[in-house]
Design a protein around this ligand. Structure first.
Ligand SMILES: Cc1cc2nc3c(=O)[nH]c(=O)nc-3n(C[C@H](O)[C@H](O)[C@H](O)COP(=O)(O)O)c2cc1C
Length: 187
């Protein structure tokens, strides 16, 4: 696939529309070569990826459910099951975070998070180039210290999201995109 075709063709697929096949962990490793090419001030390599598939997605669902109950002790069973179910929609979930170097003399945490975001976008494009589909989601679990701790993050680290990955069950209509002229100012 031509690079511009990839960049202009990629669009997200709702997690519930993602099915097998998903890339194997070997393929993920290979695709992550693109993430390693993200702009990265200070070469801190802040990005971290955790591959969660098969039955381990249920462990992630349990983490989401337990965190919801701690956040909202009055949550009903429907809400708890909904939170749990968010982990098992797509065949592969990649949790992505920035392992933050604190008090760096030149690279504040926001730059480390931006570098991780750029790594994610490279990966999203690479997935599309290899005919996989994906969506980047955050939601309350992303900002929950209990979820972070359960995934092995320190409080200083920033969970930037969960990438739900697979193959779209059906071809989604092409989304209309904004006109770049509305976003460019020229001095
Ligand atoms: C940091 C970040 C967090 C996001 N979180 C969510 C989310 O929790 N739920 C959701 O439906 N979309 C979320 N999105 C938006 C989707 O990933 C996607 O960009 C959106 O559905 C538009 O699709 P597109 O990528 O085809 O433009 C998030 C995007 C970003 C960059």
């Amino acid at each position: 696939m031509d690079a511009m075709e990839c960049l202009l063709g990629r669009q997200s697929t709702p997690a519930g529309m993602l099915a097998e096949p998903a890339p194997s962990d070997g393929e993920v490793l290979s695709l992550l070569e693109t993430a390693m090419r993200a702009p990265d001030h200070g070469a801190l390599r802040p990005w971290r990826f955790l591959s969660i598939r098969g039955g381990r997605r249920r462990d992630l669902g349990d983490i989401f459910a337990a965190a919801l109950v701690k956040r909202e002790p009055d949550a009903g069973s429907d809400e708890i099951e909904k939170a749990r179910g968010k982990a098992v929609r797509a065949p592969l979930v990649l949790a992505v975070w920035s392992e933050i170097v604190e008090n760096h003399p030149k690279v504040p945490p926001i730059e480390q998070v931006m570098a991780t975001g750029a790594a994610v976008q490279n990966l999203m494009n690479a997935l599309y180039a290899q005919s996989y589909d994906a969506i980047w989601v955050t939601g309350a679990p992303c900002y929950d210290e209990n979820v972070k701790a359960s995934l092995g993050l320190a409080p200083k680290d920033v969970l930037v999201g969960f990438l739900h990955i697979g193959t779209a069950k059906s071809v989604a209509p092409t989304k209309k995109r904004p006109n770049p002229a509305d976003y460019l100012h020229i001095w």
